[in-house]
Design a protein around this ligand. Structure first.
Ligand code: FAD
Length: 411
């Protein structure tokens, strides 16, 4: 066994994967996985789904069973924040002042919820939704017949709203922009989700600028700029996330809306890699720098980072994908739609709960949003990875099975 120590800061999807891939790839020194949450690494997506609903407990959502981490000899240091990095001496300082030396360092620090300046946001019953501890605080406010207001109509806000609605709460989603999911989907998809939630009895209000939260001790109502107000026993603020870059910034690493990493997940320090939500990297498929917030990116980039630390660098070349569950609707997204100028629909988003949107820039396929359409998702992924061209007129024709498109083009 070598004397080398790798410390990984951030014990979640990226950190856990990095630790395991590092060991599997031959690292025979110490691996320390350090995280500030006081619990073993758990999956984050169920927080706004099965954990919020009560269908799953903390024990049912480990990222990997504890025995696997133990078997791989990964030392967990939990519930303590890493406060600073002294790069010249290769030492980390914990919040209690303890020093921890490293030979190689990995930063998998994730993201934290964006806040909006609102009077009253410190009242009881007002919450963010990022960590298990957040859901544990939210759950006592979930009561049938009571009212919940979700500030923000992005994926997390809509997922949480769907769960609370299914638990019998009166739910209002207040979105500042003219449509939900505006930053990430085409208008057709936004309109579909607004209709879906309406059918389930949840009220979506768009162009709603929240100005204050009121109540004695606990939250009682939410006010908007146009004078409207909404009763609320629970408020969840879900207005996006920001990358955790403070630690890297103070250590003098290059940061630009995310810790900058190259295709091998290396930061500007050759002994430090980074992966997951906290990073910004160049995506060779879209030929631009991106910062992604997804389990896929966290896991795949972590594997790249581990290979780099093991001395077997392989460039990161993965197609981004994501999913969201709301009611009986599974949305699967392949690729990145930003920059599209035309779309092709398979199925009708105005009726029913199953359709797919193919996003193009000119003739180039950029992304696919598949709503209860696993076939379109799978085919879209393959087309995107191959950079294949598709006949748009045929694509819209539902009498042609979607798998047919794998036989044509450049696959
Ligand atoms: C409610 C919710 C639902 C989601 N649903 C989906 C979904 O359906 N599909 C999907 O693909 N993605 C989903 N995501 C996003 C996905 O969970 C993230 O992309 C993923 O967790 C990123 O993993 P990560 O390891 O990079 O960062 P994180 O999971 O954010 O983990 C970073 C960890 O580092 C810790 N940390 C930060 N700073 C320090 C420090 N200084 N010292 C010690 N520890 C530190 C943090 O506390 C955290 O535990 C969801 C996220 C949330 C919050």
């Amino acid at each position: 066994m070598s004397e080398q120590t790798c410390v990984i800061v951030g014990a979640s999807h990226a950190g856990t994967q990095l630790a395991l891939s590092l060991r599997q790839g031959g690292w025979d020194g110490r691996i320390v996985l350090a995280g500030d949450e006081p619990v073993k690494p758990y999956q984050r997506p169920p927080l706004s789904k099965d954990v919020l609903s009560g269908a799953k407990s903390q024990e049912q959502i480990p990222i990997r069973p504890a025995s696997i981490l133990e078997k791989a000899g990964i030392e967990l240091v939990l519930g303590r924040r890493v406060e600073s990095i002294d790069r010249s001496r290769k030492i980390l300082y914990m919040e209690d002042g303890e020093a921890l030396g490293y030979d190689k360092l990995a930063l998998t620090l994730g993201a934290y919820p964006a806040t909006i300046p609102l009077t009253g946001s410190d009242k009881q019953g007002v919450h963010y939704l990022r960590k298990l501890a957040d859901v544990q605080q939210i759950r006592p406010f979930v009561t049938e017949g009571k009212s919940a207001v979700i500030v923000g109509g992005g994926y997390i806000g809509l997922e949480a709203g769907a769960v609370l609605r299914q638990l019998g709460m009166t739910v209002t989603v207040l979105e500042a922009l003219p449509r939900v999911l505006q930053r990430v989907t085409a208008p057709a998809v936004s309109r579909f989700y607004e209709r879906l939630h309406g059918e389930e009895g949840l009220w979506v209000v768009t162009s709603a600028l929240v100005t204050s939260i009121e109540g004695e001790d606990r939250v009682e109502r939410v006010h908007c700029a146009d004078g409207t107000q909404f009763d609320a026993d629970l408020v969840i603020i879900a207005v996006g996330v920001l990358p955790n870059t403070q630690l890297a910034c103070h250590a003098g690493l290059e940061v630009e809306d995310g810790i900058l990493v190259d295709e091998f997940a290396r930061t500007s320090d050759p002994d430090i890699v980074a992966a997951g939500d906290c990073t910004r990297h160049f995506n060779p498929i879209y030929r631009r720098r991106v910062r992604l917030e997804s389990v896929q990116n966290a896991m795949d980039q972590a594997k790249t980072a581990a290979a780099t630390l093991n001395g077997n660098p392989e460039p990161y070349h993965a197609l981004p994908w994501f999913w969201s569950d709301q009611y009986d609707v599974k949305l699967q997204i392949a690729g990145l739609s930003q920059g599209y100028d035309n779309i092709v629909l398979r199925g009708d988003p105005k009726t029913g709960r199953s359709f797919a949107v193919f996003y193009f820039r000119g003739e180039q396929l950029l992304a696919v949003d598949a709503v209860n359409r696993p076939g379109e998702f799978m085919v879209g992924k393959k087309l995107l990875l191959a950079g294949a061209t598709v006949d748009k007129n045929k694509l819209t024709d539902e009498s042609i099975p979607v798998k047919t498109f794998l036989d044509v083009g450049t696959l």
